[in-house]
Design a protein around this ligand. Structure first.
Ligand code: FAD
Length: 397
């Protein structure tokens, strides 16, 4: 079969690219080895797809070249995607921090993309694995289980390694290497952190205990959001966000009480007020006003024995307060690609045009979406990168 554009991967980026190219009158084929399109879109945002973020800026992305994402993000903005969502009459709402979700279901986003593909004459083949890709004089020759495809332009939109059970594969990285592109080290991002040894023993029975607001810090990077204890370690939005900046050996600190409504100053000052106000109360009881009861109790067992407040010196309570604002927790690793929302690293942006995503080495070859070394924060940023990079390529392929 002969087409103008072959897109490998019917995920967020691939479908957006196909729509933009199809609307320009290009004959587009999208192939995907999974049995249905957009599986990650379907599972995203707890089934409601956090499809963009109103506050997207290049600063919300990790990449060896922080400038790379600027051009594409500026040319296809959250407002552009919102216009598409509204055109399809999909109801949505802002949950928090600019995060936009479908009111009803992420299926609506996949339906919208498929309808746009159909309107643009895009052909999609699922359960279509790619066996081999070759460069030819006319473009590319791609061997798939459905036969040989000849295309002028080849767009690699096969995503990262996160959630292998959803069809993730390393094909995009292999193709990049095959055509001489550098692939920067990849690792799981937006992923729960694991604890091991005594650290795990200390906290594993707190699984399910949640804190509505903590501040997780690695170096100068900090995120304020919720946190959750799991059987294997810690999770929740603050931990997922910081996980993209954390690597084994890095110092991870957690302020358990940033901006707690009961605290006008720091926790140490508040504890000293409590000592004066309720001298007979035990520390663990007092701390349970600030923290989940089971966590307050555990911290007392591990860090500071629980005695009546009157038995503490002022300096001791200040020290306890300091620890609550700067908890050094030793993570041993991450849960890995099995549960990670994204894959950090990937196709080195040095080898790509930032305005078109085209390879600087092989004309007609494009890389878009998560396979590229651009990774967003939690909160709709990754889909916005997929839409924007897909659109950038779709305008020129
Ligand atoms: P993908 O969407 O992963 O698409 C890649 C496609 O390529 C897949 O369909 C796959 O089957 C196909 N493919 C892979 N290998 C091959 C091969 N060898 N041959 C043929 N086809 C292949 N981001 C947000 O912004 N908001 C969210 O709410 C959100 N929630 C998420 C929830 C979960 C559980 C996960 C895992 C991720 C979430 N993300 C979210 C991240 C977001 O899903 C990804 O960043 C985004 O899907 C990347 O788009 P993509 O098109 O590059 O890759």
């Amino acid at each position: 079969m002969k087409v103008d554009v072959l897109v490998i991967g019917a995920g967020a980026a691939g479908l957006m690219c196909a729509i933009a190219a199809g609307q320009r009158g290009r004959r587009v084929l999208v192939v995907d080895h999974a049995n249905k399109v957009g599986k990650k879109i379907l599972m995203s945002g707890g089934g409601r797809c956090n499809f963009t973020n109103l506050g997207v800026t290049p600063a919300n992305y990790l990449s060896a070249n922080p400038h790379f994402a600027k051009s594409a993000l500026a040319r296809y903005t959250p407002a552009d995607f919102i216009a598409l969502v509204e055109k399809h009459r999909i109801a949505y709402h802002e949950k928090e921090l600019g995060q936009l979700f479908c009111d009803d279901s992420s299926k609506q986003i996949v339906r919208m993309l498929l309808d746009e593909c159909a309107a643009a004459g895009v052909r999609i083949e699922t359960s279509c694995a790619v066996a081999r890709v070759r460069k030819t004089d006319e473009g590319f020759s791609v061997t798939t289980v459905h036969g040989e495809v000849h295309a002028e332009s080849l767009v690699v939109a096969s995503g990262g390694l996160s959630i292998p059970s959803m069809g993730a594969s390393g094909l995009g990285y292999d193709l990049a290497r095959q055509f001489g592109h550098a692939v920067l080290p990849i690792r799981a991002g937006l992923v729960p952190l694991t604890l091991s040894g005594k650290h795990q023993e200390h906290y594993q029975d707190l699984a399910g205990v949640a804190l509505p607001l903590v501040e997780a810090r690695v170096g100068k990077r900090e995120f304020r959001a919720g946190m959750l204890f799991t059987h294997r370690g810690i999770s929740g939005p603050a931990i997922l966000q910081i996980s993209s900046y954390w690597q084994p050996g890095h110092d991870l600190r957690i302020d358990l009480l940033p901006a707690h409504p009961l605290l006008s100053q720091d926790a140490g000052a508040w504890l000293n007020e409590q000592r004066a106000a309720r001298p007979a109360a035990e520390l663990k009881t007092v701390l349970a006003d600030l923290l989940p009861k089971r966590l307050a109790q555990r911290l007392c067992e591990l860090w500071f024995e629980s005695r009546p407040m009157r038995q503490y010196r002022e300096a001791e309570l200040h020290e306890i307060g300091k620890q609550l604002h700067d908890w050094p927790i030793t993570a041993s690793g991450t849960e890995g690609y099995r549960t990670a929302e994204v894959t950090l690293g990937g196709v080195d942006t040095d080898g790509l045009s930032s305005s078109t995503m085209q390879s600087k080495l092989v004309p007609g070859l494009y890389f878009i979406g998560e396979v590229v070394d651009v990774t967003g924060w939690l909160g709709g940023y990754n889909f916005q990168w997929a839409w924007a990079s897909g659109y950038a390529a779709g305008e020129v392929v």
